[in-house]
Design a protein around this ligand. Structure first.
Ligand code: CA
Length: 221
């Protein structure tokens, strides 16, 4: 899962980025509205955290432009403390959730998880595919009840497929959603991660759809 943070306070931006990376997200950080708008319009994200008070273009205008462009990624707006007018304006402009500053990062992460889950049509915090379970809260994966250790990149890839269970996900889409902008992207590494995940969780967990990409088995389909 890949997240864009648009936040002009350097310390808060850096701290958020580090926290979200620690929680298993690929993260891009924009520090003004213009850069933020550009990244949100041109890159692929699973959720966006948008501060409202931004240099160049303010957050509400950025959000309004994205929505007019048809950009559908869920957006969590950061508002000034107790500013109900900010919340109303944010929701009117197309925000999916908001959080007032200052906030606990645990709450931000919980809300972000919920946004991403809802956007992909998943009701539960636990994703299941056959004997494999992925708990999005703890970041833990089990196979038939036994814990399995995945690397950060393996987890990101599996989590993305889990969120889109039953759909065919192309290699390009995977690359766009598990790496941040600065990462040296090599599509061959996707195949390597898939091979490693199969070794750990079973050959059948990920199906290769020749010429199209990958899919998680969907027993409910
Ligand atoms: Ca600000």
């Amino acid at each position: 899962m890949r997240v864009l943070i648009v936040e002009d306070e350097p310390n808060l931006g850096r701290q958020l980025r580090a926290t979200l990376e620690g929680a298993g997200y690929a993260v891009d950080l924009a520090t003004d509205g213009e850069d933020g708008h550009y990244l949100g319009s041109t890159e692929s994200y699973d959720a966006i955290i948008l501060d409202l008070g931004l240099p160049e273009i303010d957050g509400l205008t950025v959000l309004d432009r994205w929505r007019k462009e048809g950009m559908k990624v869920p957006v969590l707006v950061l508002t000034a403390r107790d500013s109900w007018s900010d919340k109303v304006a944010g929701l009117d402009a197309g925000a999916d959730d908001y959080l007032a500053k200052p906030f606990q990062t645990e709450e931000l992460i919980a809300r972000l998880r919920a946004l991403i889950r809802r956007a992909s049509g998943n009701a539960s915090t636990e994703m299941v595919a056959g004997d494999v379970r992925l708990d999005t809260r703890s970041g833990k994966v089990t196979l038939a009840g036994e814990p399995v250790k995945l690397t950060a990149q393996e987890y990101k890839l599996l989590s993305y497929l889990m969120h889109h269970k039953g759909k065919v996900v192309s290699r390009t889409e995977l690359i766009e959603h598990i790496y941040d902008q600065d990462f040296d992207r090599d599509s061959n590494t996707i195949e390597v991660f898939v091979t490693r995940i199969r070794k750990k969780l079973g050959q059948d967990v990920i199906t290769t759809i020749r010429g199209l990409g990958y899919s998680l088995e969907d027993p409910g389909a």
